[in-house]
Design a protein around this ligand. Structure first.
Ligand code: B3K
Ligand code: ZN
Length: 887
């Protein structure tokens, strides 16, 4: 370890207000990949709330050419540069700063700040990238109005874009041209953006509900204009939805989306100029799957919704990140659900959200990087764009709506904007708006922001046939997390229904409750460590359906019998709990089978009971259910989710047990699987709508079951689908099924590659499929890295192969000889030299190392130590590995 170079930890409690507030920023760019000149003119004013008279600016990787204060060039003795801080002491109250700096976009491989992708310029400023462009108080509570002048070679960069409105453009000498942009709204520096590129756009004039007309543009590289329709459609749907659901209108006359191939995350909500990873813009049936289409709708919505939740009202500091992210994820989730429009479609989106929480957020909350939704400290803020801040944050927002109702939630939103438009605020301000708008006491609810860890709600029930009372006794606890040994009780909404012997919902009469007379679901508010909830007039012992719609991000413990679970699986009117009953039935069996494999070393002794198989058969053929729901119900819990249930994880045994279960189901239900495969074809022109996508999902799940241990006939079905597919969803599904069937998939992989070698996003899929294949070991991954199309410099490509192996192929990643851990260490170190944010994400693959058998643990620890011992490590990676190694 290297105690000498430990980067500092930043604490929420140390927040101080900015010493100077900025009114206007005028930026001038002379864009050149090797030497970009940035001229920056800031008018600022002392902040009366601050005792300090020092101007503090941030800057990284910049060459300072000149610094002038109120017209006078400052001598080097009049300011101080230490690390990334430039301080001007004893400044006057009114200041005009003029700063000229140089930077080198072509060498910026971190993709933070101003960088070059495929020969064009793009920016990414959140969280702290603006300081890599110019010196500035680069913190979200400094909001200012920006004017931007861009100058660049016209032939190479014909399109010049920035935030807000284009107010002037024209020609310059030497083949250069310029464009001047003005953003009428105050914004924090992290929302600044520019693009100077060779691009084309699909554009449309769109009329808002108010009658005002706006210009919408989707900018892409030439050759991709056949892939912008869905993003444009999603943008229009988002605009309409925010008007209707929240009364929020687009505040600009022009809204642009730009797609770029090199991008660290999904997309970025820069004011009026959203910059997107191509993965979340480009789609046509030939290259994009149903999942890609859904991702585009969600991310286009998400970034658009940020315009109000994030941009108009922003975060006071980065500890408040979930204020905008949790809320905006909730908004995009509701948008996607409303776009489907049916109750069952809504439930399907909810089930997907639960799966993400269990797959990624619960493990995070139980591991070394566990942190509250509003963290108390961080070393590198980029490490805190997490499933906890985003997805658990969205759950926290959803709980307000569950507690207050849709109308109450809307009132809270209205008050939030009435109070805070144009401000940089805290999570507490959002909670106060919800409480005040509804006259509710939400003080205890604050613990969802301050306490890490996944709460466990434990339920017991008792039935009194004489008094006709049914009691549900709920208790809660929350495991210790780093720095938080003891937790206080949370305020948890637990939605409950009761099923009679026929599977019908009983009308509910909750003692002390004020729910409507005919209610069949009520929300219990668990606030104490333990509470008793009594239902009256219950004529028979019911089967409780607890935590309906997954009403809180908790683990629910209840000692269900198999019969009760089967009853819920057949009848629960709450689709999420219906699905959940099936997951519980499957998980019980998976854990038993896994233990047997561990004990016996192979699958020879395994058996699967017919009760479970028959329940699956009944569900598969139940045509009254949405195909999308049936697909979700038939997917077994993932290997990662199974691992989370085990004291000591045995990845190979999990894989063997799960494969056994899939093979057994596949064989037992062969006839029905084939029939459903045929019944859920979607002939005709491709459409990504939810019903068609659901049919494809079910059909392709059937195919994957049929291909676990295929005979010639099943192989032929897959081959035909591969050859004749009219869309990428079916094509890719057939290929994956063929790869996983264990036969020789090489010819299909080759054909697929040849067809799509010029479609970067499809080449990513090609790598990803192979990375996650059961037969792909670390040697095979190393071989794939030699492929001419592979590069670590492009984040999508790196993720497609490396991350899909480390996170998506646990049985191979945890190979007994530890060879894949050594590979992981090598790659983290290599990537860290290119792009610390991406490297730190990869570093997280080792988070759960303490849960494996001692022999594996030892090897994982060695790999972690090898990374930690590197002399030149980014703060990003250092934070992750040192937390993983800490006790
Ligand atoms: N706000 C951006 C995230 C930027 C992260 C930088 N490390 C994307 C989003 O959540 O919409
Ligand atoms: Zn966001």
């Amino acid at each position: 370890m290297r105690p000498d170079s430990t980067p500092p930890t930043i604490y929420r409690k140390d927040y101080t207000v900015p010493s100077y507030l900025v009114e206007t920023v005028e930026l001038g760019f002379d864009l050149d990949p090797d030497r970009t000149i940035v001229a920056n003119r800031i008018t600022m004013q002392h902040n009366p709330a601050s005792p300090s008279r020092s101007i503090v600016l941030h800057g990284e990787e910049l060459d300072l050419v000149e610094l002038r204060l109120n017209g006078r060039a400052l001598a080097p003795t009049e300011y101080k540069i230490e690390g990334s801080l430039l301080t001007i002491p004893r400044a006057p109250a009114q200041v005009v700063l003029e700063i000229e700096t140089l930077c080198t976009p072509i060498q910026n491989t971190s993709l933070s700040g101003l960088y070059v992708s495929n020969g064009s310029f793009y920016t990414q400023c959140e969280a702290e990238g603006f300081r890599r462009i110019t010196y500035f108080p680069d913190r979200p509570d400094v909001m200012a109005k920006y004017t931007v002048m861009l100058r660049a070679d016209k032939a190479r960069y014909p399109v010049l874009l920035s935030n807000g409105n284009l107010i002037e453009s024209g020609e310059l000498d030497d083949g250069r041209h310029y464009a001047k942009w003005e953003d009428p709204f105050k914004k924090p520096s992290y929302l600044f953006a520019l693009v100077a590129a060779r691009l084309v756009c699909q554009e449309e004039h769109y009329t808002l509900k108010s009658g005002r007309e706006v210009l919408l543009q989707v900018w892409v590289e030439e050759g991709n204009l056949d892939k912008t329709d869905y993003a444009m459609q999603s943008l229009k749907n988002s605009i309409r939805w925010d008007e209707e659901r929240f009364g929020l209108e687009l505040d600009l006359d022009r809204f642009m989306i730009v797609a770029v191939g090199d991008f660290n995350m999904g997309a970025m909500e820069n004011k009026g100029l959203n910059i997107f990873n191509t993965k979340f813009v480009l789609a046509n049936p030939r290259v994009a799957t149903d999942i890609d289409y859904a991702g585009i709708e969600a991310v286009v919505g998400h970034e658009y919704f940020h315009n109000w939740t994030g941009n108009r009202v922003t975060c006071r500091d980065w500890f408040q990140l979930s204020l905008k992210e949790g809320l905006t994820v909730f908004r995009d989730q509701e948008f996607s659900a409303d776009m489907i429009g049916t109750d069952s479609g809504r439930a399907v989106t909810r089930i997907d959200q639960v799966r993400t929480l269990r797959q990624a957020q619960f493990p995070e909350d139980a591991g070394p990087m566990a942190h509250p939704v509003r963290p108390d400290s961080f070393v590198e803020i980029n490490n805190f764009y997490t499933v906890t801040v985003y997805e658990k944050g969205a759950e926290v927002v959803r709980m307000y709506q569950t507690l207050l109702g849709r109308d109450g939630f809307r009132k809270g939103m209205d008050l939030y904007f009435a109070r805070h438009d144009g401000q940089a605020v805290e999570c507490d301000d959002f909670r106060a708006a919800m409480a005040d708008a509804n006259g509710r006491d939400l003080r205890q609810f604050e613990r969802w922001y301050s306490q890490a860890g996944t709460p466990v709600v434990s339920a017991r029930t008792r039935y009194d046939a004489v008094k006709r009372n049914f009691d549900i006794i709920l208790s809660q606890r929350c495991p210790a997390t780093a720095g938080q040994p003891d937790k206080l009780p949370f305020h948890i909404p637990v939605a409950v229904g009761l099923l009679d012997a026929n599977g019908k919902d009983l009308p509910l009469l909750l003692e002390g409750g004020d729910h409507p007379k005919d209610a069949t679901t009520v929300v219990l508010e668990l606030k104490e460590q333990e509470q008793i909830f009594r239902f009256r007039n219950v004529d028979e012992r019911p089967v409780p359906s607890i935590l309906r719609d997954f009403s809180a991000p908790v683990v629910l413990e209840y000692d269900y019998t198999d019969d009760e679970l089967l009853h819920l699986y057949r009848h629960d009117s709450d689709a999420v709990n219906r699905w959940e009953a099936g997951q519980r039935l499957a998980m019980e069996r998976l854990l038993k089978l896994t233990a047997q494999v561990t004990a016996h070393g192979d699958a020879a002794v395994l058996k699967l009971d017919s009760t479970f198989i028959e329940a699956q058969r009944a569900l598969l053929v139940d045509e009254s259910l949405d195909p999308a729901f049936r697909e979700l119900a038939l997917i077994l819990p993932s290997e990662t989710i199974i691992a989370e249930q085990m004291e000591v994880v045995d990845p190979q045994a999990i894989h063997t047990a799960r494969q056994f279960m899939r093979r057994t189901i596949g064989a037992a239900l062969k006839t029905e699987l084939l029939a459903q495969y045929r019944a859920n074809q979607t002939p005709g022109a491709y459409s990504p709508d939810a019903l068609s996508a659901g049919k494809r999902a079910l059909k392709n799940l059937c195919l994957s079951y049929l291909l676990v241990a295929p005979e010639a006939a099943e192989l032929k079905v897959a081959q035909q689908q591969f050859d004749n597919a009219s869309n990428m969803t079916d094509r890719a599904a057939a290929l994956v099924a063929l790869i996983h069937s264990g036969g020789d998939a090489a010819p299909y992989l080759q054909a697929f590659y040849q067809d799509f070698e010029n479609e970067a996003l499809v080449v990513d899929k090609w790598f990803a499929m192979q990375a996650a294949a059961p037969a792909t070991n670390v040697a095979a991954v190393r071989k794939l890295m030699q492929h001419p199309a592979f590069t670590l410099k492009n984040p999508n490509r790196a993720r497609s192969l490396i991350f899909n192996f480390t996170n998506g192929n646990p049985a191979q990643f945890h190979a007994a000889d530890g060879s894949a851990y050594a590979f992981w260490a090598e790659l983290v170190i290599q990537l860290d030299g290119i792009n610390p944010q991406v490297a730190a994400r990869l570093a997280r693959s080792m988070d759960r190392w303490r849960r494996y058998a001692p022999a594996l643990q030892e090897k994982m620890k060695q790999a972690l130590e090898q990374v930690a011992a590197q002399s030149k490590l980014s703060n990003d990676v250092q934070e992750v590995v040192s937390k993983a190694l800490a006790n």
